[in-house]
Design a binder for this molecule. Structure first.
Ligand SMILES: NC(=O)c1ccc[n+]([C@@H]2O[C@H](COP(=O)([O-])OP(=O)(O)OC[C@H]3O[C@@H](n4cnc5c(N)ncnc54)[C@H](OP(=O)(O)O)[C@@H]3O)[C@@H](O)[C@H]2O)c1
Length: 344
């Protein structure tokens, strides 16, 4: 049994990690952290976790007080900035670290202040980290100890887009990613913008075009195909608790067709238990189809003249977009079946 620490167990992604580890046969929980609720049980903050034996055997401790606990692996579910400070000592001590924050996603230290508005707290550590969506990048893990689990929006965009780029099917012109997210994507901290009366019965776009911080990691990951500056990304907040739906408008290369795009996606994900490429008969995906699972569903359509493919990807932002993918990454790092503890 591996001894696992959860930094930020009282956040939305930390709660999901706690629930996954409860049913994970190879994991025991060694610590859980919270600043605001230190001294309490997790079930007193989240009564729905009262059946989770592993986390409730422990008391929440401040992140600093967890540093002396001996662990094999740590999931860091802290905000960016705080995450690097808290999780790096564990990596230096030899534990496997999966960071759910943005702190280790960007390889170039110069990119971090551009997207996150302040210098990286430990820029020298970026070279030790690896960015990994397992279905696309698991060969990168290769004994690495520090994994940057990708963001929720980027997972929904990169899963299909990288597969299509790799197949050489993308033509000239901008690729447009139009994404909708449930409100839990912003985390549990209460702000006016995400309160019930501000979000219910309303839909709004934010940071459109080239402004959202997740564009940095998306452009980084597609740069090798020359498509990076061409990616336009517009996120939207929708009045639902969880889920992301991303629609990609992809200009096709001469000779490429929607059918070829679907075939490339099917080839890439044929043996992947968490990614389903829908057939024409299956129709289009919805966030409810993947809620509370670690799955992503992808559908393809194209314009009659085959000049553009329209690709729709849905996933649960808290699972395939965060905690589920983080555990999938750790399973792969630990040499376990990637599906262990996860609901396919
Ligand atoms: N939500 C998503 O859909 C999603 C998806 C992908 C990635 N992520 C990333 O995953 C991370 C966690 O997201 P979340 O949605 O779970 O956030 P959250 O709900 O706001 O939870 C944040 C957690 O971090 C703790 N915390 C906050 N500030 C801290 C500090 N300065 N030092 C130590 N602990 C601190 C909080 O503890 P207390 O409040 O109890 O003190 C809480 O446990 C973020 O970096 C986020 O960007 C989130």
């Amino acid at each position: 049994m591996a001894r696992i620490g959860i930094l930020g167990a009282t956040g939305y992604t930390g709660v999901e990690i706690s629930m996954i580890l409860e049913r994970h046969p190879e994991a025991e929980v060694a610590f859980i952290s919270s600043e605001a609720s230190a001294g309490l049980n997790l079930s007193s903050v989240f009564p729905r976790l009262s059946g989770c034996r592993k986390v409730n055997a422990l008391t929440l401790r401040k992140a600093q007080d967890c540093q002396s606990v001996s662990v094999d692996a740590v999931f860091s579910c802290l905000p960016h900035g705080a995450s690097a400070e808290a999780c790096l000592p564990f990596a230096v001590g030899g534990a496997a670290v999966v960071d759910l924050s943005a702190d280790f996603r960007l390889r170039d230290p110069e990119d971090y202040p551009r997207w996150y508005g302040k210098p990286h707290p430990r820029p020298q550590s970026l070279a030790d980290a690896v960015y990994c969506i397992p279905e696309l990048h698991r060969s990168r893990l290769n004994g690495r100890k520090l994994v940057a689990s990708p963001g929720c929006y980027p997972t929904s965009v990169l899963l299909p887009l990288v597969a299509i780029l790799r197949a050489g099917l993308v033509g000239a012109g901008p690729i447009i990613a139009d994404s909708k997210s449930g409100v839990s994507g912003a985390g549990r901290k209460a702000t006016l913008e995400y309160s019930f009366c501000e979000t219910n019965e309303s839909l709004h776009a934010y940071k459109v075009g080239h402004n959202h911080q997740h564009l940095g990691e998306m452009r980084q990951e597609i740069a090798q195909w020359g498509a990076a500056p061409q990616l336009v990304f517009s996120p939207h907040l929708v009045p639902m608790q969880r889920g992301i739906l991303s629609t990609l408008y992809v200009p096709l290369a001469v000779g490429a067709t929607g059918a070829k795009v679907r075939a490339a996606l099917e080839d890439t994900f044929r043996n992947e238990p968490f990614v389903k490429v829908l057939s024409e008969k299956d129709g289009l995906p919805a966030t409810a189809h993947v809620a509370h699972s670690n799955r992503a569903h992808i559908a393809v359509s194209s314009l009659p003249d085959e000049s553009m493919a329209v690709v729709v990807c849905v996933l649960d932002n808290l699972l395939k977009g965060a905690a589920g993918q983080a555990v999938q990454n750790w399973n792969a790092m630990a040499g376990l079946d990637e599906t262990m503890g996860l609901t396919p």
